[in-house]
Design a protein around this ligand. Structure first.
Ligand code: NAD
Length: 392
């Protein structure tokens, strides 16, 4: 079947298996080019392992540290009868699995709702079957718009809204390539608490409790969850908005999990990562415009990083290789340091003030943004013949 991109707003509903496989290969090659990571993890559980930061973490664990990996994700397989390609995360996982197994690494994939007790149990069973029988690294990298509470069955939905006053801000219509004004409405109390329930720390803590109860936490185990702060420019819709409340809850949860993992001479913390084009971030108002400007400035300065570069830096320069994590005053790892450098943010702000549809292509890396967005789904990848029939 010939597969073409079908973009609907911030979603691409098709994905290309060969393009996704090539993306995985590139990420593996990058990690290998940095050399083996010394004293790295041996057995990792990655919750949200099929795309973005979680996928990069899985690749670093497997190909940097030679670790067994259990990956948990929510993806769709291809449907041959209906000629419907699978999701990018499905193809990413297939390609990752093939490469890791070729190197003799243990791989287990759990496809389903990570918020459910059933999927937690399936992951625990897979960990028990792994060579170590336990995990010494637990990455929590979920980005989900809804969560079903496993105890009550109630469904919670997260919203991307401000808290307090509604906010009119510049944003990008990525389909039309125009700079527009968006009104981000303010959330009511229920929307704030539902967003915290969905994207906050409760589920991370439930995972740790389930793993502990099953006796599969190894000595010295580290658990990391990913979060974002960003510049003052995006505070009203991100850090001070509903999603920011959820992230603050996640960060507070790290302290409690840290106390639990100390019993195993381990630790838990949140890593604050850089803003990047991923399936999750492209859905946030204002962020795609900010990211297009940020990419331009960071590329010009030669300090742009993508997911795999960010996580490889976290693994090889902070978590492992005889290094230690440089925590900020609130106990968080900061790999957003380059994004938040004063010279970077001053330039970003200068561009933000004068950006219009007319100068969008000159002043921002909108072209890079679009290319990277399509690449997430395996399109526009060098070396892939898109005119060739491929199997879904
Ligand atoms: P992403 O959309 O690329 O990945 C999300 C992952 O979660 C996928 O593997 C998906 O399959 C999985 N998932 C979603 N719902 C699930 C469910 N119910 N059950 C099982 N798996 C499920 O997102 P991302 O941008 O890599 O985000 C990951 C984390 O990193 C988030 O916490 C996000 O806030 C954080 N982060 C992202 C950015 C950014 O700019 N993208 C920056 C800093 C921090």
């Amino acid at each position: 079947m010939i597969i073409e991109p079908r973009v609907k707003g911030f979603l691409c509903i098709t994905a290309h298996p060969d393009g996704c496989a090539k993306n995985i290969e590139e990420q593996i090659d990058y990690v290998k080019s940095l050399g083996a990571i010394k004293n790295g993890c041996k057995s990792a559980l990655i919750i949200g392992s099929s795309t973005g930061y979680g996928l990069a973490s899985r690749i670093c664990a497997a190909f940097g540290c030679k670790a067994s990996t259990v990956g948990v994700f929510f993806e769709r397989a291809g449907d041959v009868a209906r000629e419907r390609p699978g999701s990018a995360g499905w193809y990413n996982t297939q390609a990752f699995t093939k490469k890791a197994q070729e190197e003799g690494l243990y791989v287990a994939n759990i496809n389903g709702d990570a918020f459910s007790d059933e999927i937690k149990q399936q992951a625990i069973d897979a960990i028990k079957q792994s060579p170590l029988g336990k995990v010494d690294l637990i990455i929590y990298s979920l980005a989900s718009p809804r969560r079903t509470d496993p105890q009550t069955g109630q469904v919670y939905r997260s919203v991307l809204k401000t808290i307090g006053q509604e906010r009119v801000d510049k944003s990008l219509d990525t389909d039309k390539g125009t700079v527009i004004n968006v009104t981000v409405p303010s959330a009511n109390e229920k929307e704030v608490s539902d967003t915290v329930k969905t994207m906050g720390g409760e589920d991370w803590e439930l995972w740790i409790k389930a793993l502990e109860k099953a006796g599969v936490i190894a000595d010295g185990c580290t658990s990391v969850a990913y979060s974002y702060i960003g510049p003052k420019l995006t505070y009203p819709i991100y850090r001070d908005g509903t999603i920011g409340e959820a992230k603050k809850d996640l960060e507070a949860t790290a302290e409690r999990i840290d106390n639990t993992l100390k019993l195993y001479r381990g630790k838990a913390f949140v890593s604050i990562n850089k803003a990047l084009v991923t399936q999750a971030s492209s859905a946030i108002p204002v962020v795609p415009l900010y990211v297009s400007i940020l990419y331009k400035v960071m590329k010009q300065k030669g300090i742009h990083e993508d997911c795999i570069m960010q996580i490889a830096r976290l693994f090889s320069q902070q978590m492992y290789n005889d290094n230690c994590i440089e925590f900020d005053d609130e106990g968080r790892a900061r790999i957003d340091d380059l994004e938040l450098r004063d010279d970077v943010q001053n330039e970003v702000f200068g561009i933000w003030e004068k950006i219009t549809t007319e100068n969008l292509n000159d002043l921002t890396d909108f072209a890079g943004y679009k290319a990277e967005f399509l690449k997430l789904f395996g399109f526009g990848v060098d070396g892939v013949d898109y005119s060739k029939d491929c199997q879904i």
